[in-house]
Design a protein around this ligand. Sequence first.
Ligand code: NAD
Length: 435
Amino acid sequence: MHTPKAPEPDVFLDAIQNLDHAFKFANIHSEAIERLKYPKMMIHVSIPIRMDDGSMRVFEGYRVRHDDTRGPSKGGIRYHPDVNLSEVKALAFWMTCKTAVVNIPFGGAKGGVIVNPKELSPMELERLSRGFIQRIADFIGPETDVPAPDVYTNPMIMGWMMDEFSKIRRHHIPAVITGKPIPLGGSQGRLDATGRGAYFCVKEHEKQRGWKPENVTVAVQGFGNAGQSIARLLHADGYRVVAVSDSQGGIYREEGFHVPSLIQAKQSTHRLHPVYCTDSLCELIDTSRISNEELLELDVDILVPAALECVITSENASRIKARTILEVANGPVESAADPVLREHGVFVIPDILANAGGVTVSYFEWVQNKAGYYWTEEEVHAKLHLIMTREYRAVSELAEIHDVDMRTAAYIHALTRIGEAITAHGTKEYFRNNK
Ligand code: NAD
């Protein structure tokens, strides 16, 4: 008998549930909450591309600008076969909240193209990236909406996109996009900024827990830009990274991995190999293969989802054994899973705080592009450290004051800042009383 497939959850509707929850505690007008339930603008485009064999394929893409009350909207561009409008809206909404959590003068946006980039040649990928920018060129700009990398996009793609935008406008405009290669106006410290921001959160959390790094075990799901940097920084600090995975599955080793070796092998072969490397010589080591689902349920101190959204759901939440979840991915925990995790005593460092290091250094890149004056890596790290530590502590304090979890506290923090900006334009009370 044919069993009908369950409908896909609407990620955006799930994401905005946090608004009503945090509204009870945040200093924000109900009108502002209502506004945030709708993205400001959305564009749906088709991009016809000439493939290497001479045939034509049409790809579809989206750009969503959720809110720009606090400044130009900001957010990455994702290339993935499962990209859909609801997901892009959710990602844009999280960006609005994230930029407010770290108090940088941006709103939130996101883009996505429905494509499996692994199936395209480098030239096809370049044509697609330039084609997407041609379609959205009137929708983005350094003062309106500033894209950046996300899943399966990288600095080289950002470089092509900036170049295409500059050609359209007939002058060099590096500030239109962040996450660019350094010779094209990228910032020092941008490549590992998401992981480094998350690492600064862990260092604060470590003090709260009284942890000693060598006794703390870590599992990382997703071994791309963000997953590799958090794993590398934690490993360098003495944390024991016992499991990592990518889209093909994971590897587990109780003694922990030598993370730089895993990164070296992944970068040269594009695959996750359990290896130990001395210089360019890598040797396979004994490990167990695990699935992505098994990785999530490992008995570790810190679980780091660093791939896609909605991997921890009401179905598997009760089986999560990690003491702390560090949300390096956007939206890895469904809203229905949050109460279950709370009940099981799992401490969640939420995405809009944990992965905000990426957009923070993107902001630094934008500032440097506009000023035409560039900072050293040490300066970038120090400024990022200041912001992440300050906001982690502010969110922790709010969690204590209101006796809520870190996610609710982060939303209270963000909504209060967004609310102040929206209210400054006037509310119904203002307009009623000043007829
Ligand atoms: P990436 O493309 O560099 O890496 C993605 C990784 O996830 C790859 O290792 C891929 O193999 C793995 N993956 C894909 N599907 C998977 C699956 N079903 N199960 C397990 N692993 C899977 O992307 P990234 O930039 O590292 O982004 C990862 C997450 O971090 C995303 O949620 C993204 O929105 C978030 N994020 C990224 C940044 C940034 O600056 N790059 C900033 C903030 C948040």
